[in-house]
Write a protein that binds this ligand. Structure first.
Ligand code: ADP
Ligand code: MG
Length: 625
């Protein structure tokens, strides 16, 4: 909308400029009447620039590009009144017009890159087939509510998150995770919006509204990522604070000093004033101001196509300067899918022990809980489970059929003063106590993620100085995993609060100006995710809490994406730096030419636009992988 009115204004001003030039060419008019005629297109083109410059002065922050353009063009309008100077009315209007074209181009480029990101991600679903009034209706996904049943046909994009009620299929999630191998989905599985149904017809019960569904969330995240300014962007703001006043003072000096030393001030002044004004036009740092945010924007889009959501360009900066990477264990380096390897009951039989554990865990979302429920197939029977209390980093207690049952690790047992028996087997031990009496334990074990070793090796290769694992699990298990993966350090048997302390110590110890990344699954580690320079969460294909808390989300839960995120961030920051140096370099060159009278006002304008176009094209490279 905004850019349409701007385009309209530019066209009107351009037409008025042509009219003004024709009038002045054909009719002899005094200079001040010519000025009045050119003021019309000038004000149409640039009233907002003048307004913003004035606003800046009123707010005592005058030095911005609007001021530069205002001084340069007003100067050009009035230079003709000096004795012996030629008038420069068309130039003044044209410079203002060109500046506005540049601004328009900026809007357009940003719009384009937003659109192309959305297109490349290509996950916005168009329609939903919903079962209503005994038939199937095709409607906008936004009008479907939670609990309704939708049909997803082969070849269609899943419109919203839900659970499969009928049918099975293979799903393509490449647009969400960058994972190109389709995977199977069966009855009861959750599926997420944005994936493509390849083979079967599915009936899906909707579990989230369109706005709350994964596809919408991802699109939102990417589109709003620009709101967090990166340090490189604030660098531009700081740079402009120093740069703009210097430019203004140099221009004043350029207009006044050489004429003072000239033989005839009156004839020298207009010449130098003209150079000073050209100098001001050249000095406008448009290319820099435009291309750097655009580069970061492209980088974020490029990363999201590989299944890495980066919530702001400031995190790009931090990612590119990584020193320490800290991992959580369960669900991050390991799959979080535990298998029961042994059951050691003491007062009951194996089945009963498993029964108790699964019931206490009925409402927990911890990977251990999910696995125990899985292992005990009759979990949803008539038993009552009440007063459930989850103690993070320890376990869960609940009243099952009127008896207090506690399920957790040795910390929990110690706290309850239950006399538990240690287990000689390797694995995570889940102890069970009923009414303060020990009932035995279940040994479960997790598998390493297939790319975990490779992930750690890639970080080392990328120059990460320190790799650390934190876990609430047993020492034996933690140390075993750390050794297999080749991590530098491991700290075990930590409570969530102790994980925060560890991370704080590591933050102290990291090198100056470098950053610490924490990678977790959002389970018991949300405070750490928030505390780290960059908190990265395993998105777990849809786990909201983690997506919310983290700065970066890895959609397919692969730890190897950490190194990829670092590489992409470095590339993006590199392109931003190239643009900065290129723009500044050309600027300085043309500034010199202008100061010595070699560059005209026309050249200045074209140089600026040229640099801007090249910088924007370079910025778009960040989008491509
Ligand atoms: P990690 O740091 O490896 O991600 P957590 O901090 O989530 O692990 O949990 C630490 C330990 O606390 C687990 O190894 C387990 O012994 C115990 N624990 C946590 N939650 C549960 C639960 N729901 N049921 C049983 N034990 C649990
Ligand atoms: Mg965890």
């Amino acid at each position: 909308m905004h850019s349409h009115t701007k385009l309209f204004r530019i066209i009107v001003a351009a037409v008025l400029l042509v009219v003004a030039v024709l009038i002045v060419h054909n009719i002899e008019l005094p200079v001040w009447q010519q000025l009045l005629i050119f003021l019309v297109p000038y004000l149409v083109a640039g009233y907002d620039v003048l307004g913003e410059a004035l606003e800046g002065i009123m707010e005592r922050e005058p030095f911005n590009e609007n001021l530069l353009m205002s001084i340069a063009t007003l100067g050009a309008l009035f230079i003709g009144f000096l004795p012996g100077a030629a008038t420069e009315f068309p130039e003044a209007v044209f410079v203002m017009l060109f500046f506005q074209v540049g601004e328009l181009f900026e809007h357009y480029a940003e719009d384009r890159s937003r659109k192309s990101i959305a297109e490349l991600m290509d996950i916005r679903p168009d329609v939903a087939h919903v079962e209503r009034e005994g038939g199937v209706q095709t409607v906008e996904p936004t009008s479907v509510s939670v609990g309704e049943i939708i049909e997803v046909r082969p070849g269609e994009r899943v419109p919203m998150d839900g659970c499969i009620l009928e049918g099975e299929t293979t799903l393509d999630t490449v647009a969400l995770t960058g994972e190109s191998v389709p995977h199977m989905a069966h009855l009861g599985d959750s599926i997420i919006s944005g994936s493509v149904n390849l083979t079967g017809v599915l009936k899906v019960r909707v579990e989230k509204t369109f706005g709350e569904s994964t596809a919408s969330k991802i699109i939102d995240l990417v589109e709003n990522a620009g709101e967090h300014k990166s340090k490189s962007e604030t660098f531009i703001a700081r740079f402009a604070k120093v740069y703009t006043p210097i430019v203004v003072y140099v221009a004043i000096a350029l207009a006044l000093l050489p004429p003072l030393f000239a033989e005839n001030f009156a004839t020298a002044f207009p010449v130098w004033l003209n150079r000073a004004l050209t100098f001001l036009v050249v000095s406008c740092p448009c290319a820099l101001v435009i291309s750097i945010p655009l580069t970061f924007f492209g980088g974020i889009g490029g990363a999201s196509r590989r299944g890495i959501l980066i919530k702001g360009s400031n995190y790009m900066d931090a990612l590119s300067k990584v020193d320490t990477v800290v991992f959580d264990k369960t669900g991050t380096l390991t799959r979080g899918v535990f298998k029961v390897t042994a059951i050691h009951p003491e007062q009951c039989d194996e089945e009963q022990l498993l029964h108790l554990a699964a019931h206490v865990e009925r409402f927990s979302t911890h990977p251990i809980a999910v696995s125990l429920r899985e292992a005990y197939s009759h979990e949803q029977d008539g038993c009552t489970v009440e007063q459930v209390e989850e103690v993070s980093g320890q376990g869960v207690r609940a009243v099952v059929n009127g008896k207090m049952v506690c399920v957790g690790n040795t910390k929990m047992m110690e706290q309850l003063q239950v006399r538990f028996h240690p287990c000689e087997l390797v694995g995570t031990i889940v102890h069970v106590a009923v009414e303060g009496e020990y009932f035995g334990h279940i040994v479960i074990s997790d598998e390493m993620k297939s790319d975990a070793r490779e992930a750690v090796a890639a970080l080392k290769a990328a120059g990460v100085r320190r790799t650390v694992m934190l876990t609430g699990d047993r020492r034996e298990v933690g140390e075993d995993v750390a050794k297999q993966l080749g991590l530098d350090e491991v700290h075990t048997e930590l409570l969530p609060a102790e994980k925060v302390e560890r991370v704080e110590a590591l933050l102290e110890a990291k090198a100056d100006g470098q950053s610490l990344i924490f990678v977790g699954d959002g389970m018991n580690d949300a405070p750490v995710l928030a505390r780290a320079d960059v908190g990265m969460a395993m998105g777990g294909l849809g786990s909201d809490a983690a997506i919310e808390a983290a700065d970066v989300v890895i959609m397919d839960d692969k730890p190897s994406k950490v190194a990829l995120a670092i590489a992409l961030a470095r590339r993006t920051v590199g392109i931003a730096m190239q643009n900065a140096w290129f723009a500044i370099g050309v600027k300085v060159l043309v500034l010199f030419l202008a100061a010595f009278g070699v560059a005209t006002m026309w050249m200045a304008v074209f140089a600026d636009v040229g640099v801007m176009v090249l910088a924007v094209l370079n910025a778009m490279r960040a989008l491509k992988s």
